[in-house]
Design a binder for this molecule. Sequence first.
Ligand code: FES
Length: 197
Amino acid sequence: MSDERRLPEVERRTFLRYSLFGGVAGGLGVFGLASLGFLWPQLTGGFGEPIPVGNASDVLATIREERAPFAYPSGRLYVVEYDPSAPGAEEAYGQIGVEVEGTGLMALYQKCVHLGCRVPWCQTSQWFECPCHGSKYNRWGEWVGGPAPRGLDRFPSTVDPNGVLVVDTNPANLQTGPARTANVLSQEAEGPNCVDL
Ligand code: FES
């Protein structure tokens, strides 16, 4: 290339600086969009209020049949099977309302307790695995790895007279997730992980 067609050194540096800035801004944008849904409680409708998610027995049957949590996206919640008689469960989950008496169910908030991304379910490992920075939680939402400071938070729930599971998604009533040390379930990954961070 002839000298006159080459970018002057100062312009070249400016171009590289703007390229780098653009890359960083783009990355932040993707992360921001991943978290955005959690910043606008009214957009999806229903979140923030008690939500009837379905007949409690049917929900439990679906969880067992599909070997997956019962997801309710507009309420930003998962319902999982929970055994309150497991050794250590009472100490780790003694907060009022994490398990609906007699149903064997518990409602988890989908929001990662690290920086707020929605945490998907990984069918192969049978864990929740966050794509943002790699936090992982077992099927009770207990912390098993990554930067998250604790397990997933939980919503208090009740069963109405018709047998319908009602989850209270008011953030003010949220139950803080169990400490990293809880490890009640001690569930190893049951297959390949979905997130390799
Ligand atoms: S937001 Fe989930 S690991 Fe950071």
